[in-house]
Design a protein around this ligand. Structure first.
Ligand code: ADP
Ligand code: MG
Length: 299
């Protein structure tokens, strides 16, 4: 299976005196079939990192490798789901046409394209909606269509950047569980960026905690919670609360500019639960000039 290696990746925007370093140096390797979540303070370089991994941005230093081959352009084995589904789906095309578009580019014959689209839409519960246009569907349904498009592409690695940040809480929980079902069924390697610590702990096998900008890996936290996970049962576990508190205080220390945690704590011990009840609510900057998609309600 495919192994993704992020080796000493750094990224500076601009050049000379105006250069701005978004990522200092990030290294980690995904385990085949794992679901890894990346969290870090707002503006620390999460989106920049994911765009480097996806081959959409060239790193300034270091290398991204897929099975030992350097990534210099978007690889066939990867699909990327963005936060802003309202801009990633083409509004003048039906859901079916949106899903098959990348498959046409791969010159897959029509009958097989239709089969892949049907299977992917069924996997996200959108069978029966293929003829609709994105604007005829709720935000949650549009994001499911964006996920279906990525799945129909049959990637080995699925990259997601804040995929559920623009939908309401109930839809978000449903989409998280949808992702877990698809991941369990397909055995995909998933790399998911989120600013939501609960989401990272709930979904992940591992959480990569980034430092404040310019990003470095502050620590790797193994999420040793049992699977299958459950929105109520898992989140009631004392271990869930401990992991969440640990990561929250780590990020809060970063936001404050304090470094009070030792790096690379694989298995954090229970911590005093101070402060973990407040919602970090880290706002995201909008570097690409894309307005945040409105919350359009659940399905
Ligand atoms: P995150 O996703 O963690 O919020 P980003 O990767 O979007 O962070 O941005 C990291 C930093 O890089 C921010 O300070 C942001 O303003 C800056 N940045 C992002 N994209 C660009 C760009 N195209 N040009 C210049 N600076 C950018
Ligand atoms: Mg971002």
């Amino acid at each position: 299976m495919t192994v993704l290696e992020i080796d000493g990746v750094g990224k500076a925007y601009g050049a000379g005196a105006d250069a701005f370093t978004a990522i200092d140096e990030v290294s980690f390797t995904t385990h085949p079939g794992e679901l890894a979540c990346i969290v870090g303070p707002s503006g620390c370089g999460k989106t920049t990192l994911l765009r480097c991994v996806a081959g959409l941005l060239a790193p300034s230093t270091g290398t991204v490798r897929l099975d030992d081959t350097p990534v210099t352009a978007p690889p066939r084995a990867m699909a990327l789901v963005f936060q802003d589904y309202s801009r990633s789906l083409l509004p003048w095309m039906t859901v079916h046409a949106n899903v098959v578009l990348p498959l046409k580019a791969r010159r897959i014959p029509r009958a097989h394209r239709d089969e892949l689209a049907r299977d992917a839409l069924a996997a996200v519960g959108l069978d029966g909606h293929a003829h609709k246009h994105p604007w005829q569907m709720s935000g949650g349904m549009q994001q499911r269509a964006a996920i279906a498009r990525a799945l129909a592409y049959e990637p080995e690695i699925l990259l997601l950047d804040e995929p559920f940040a623009s939908v309401d809480a109930q839809t978000r929980a449903d989409l998280e569980d949808l992702l877990l079902r698809v991941w369990t069924r397909t055995g995909l390697t998933v790399l998911l960026v989120t600013h939501d610590i609960d989401e990272a702990v709930y979904l992940g096998d591992r959480v990569v905690v980034l430092s404040r900008a310019p990003a470095r890996v502050k620590e790797m936290v193994d999420i040793d919670l049992p699977r299958p996970r459950d929105q109520i049962g898992t989140k009631e576990l004392p271990r869930f609360a401990h992991l969440r508190a640990h990561i929250f205080s780590s990020i809060k220390a970063e936001s404050r500019g304090v470094d009070n945690d030792s790096p690379h704590t694989a298995n954090p011990s229970p911590e005093p639960e101070t402060g973990w009840n407040d919602n970090p609510g880290l706002p995201e900057p909008d570097p690409n000039g894309l307005a945040a998609a409105p919350t359009t309600g659940g399905d």
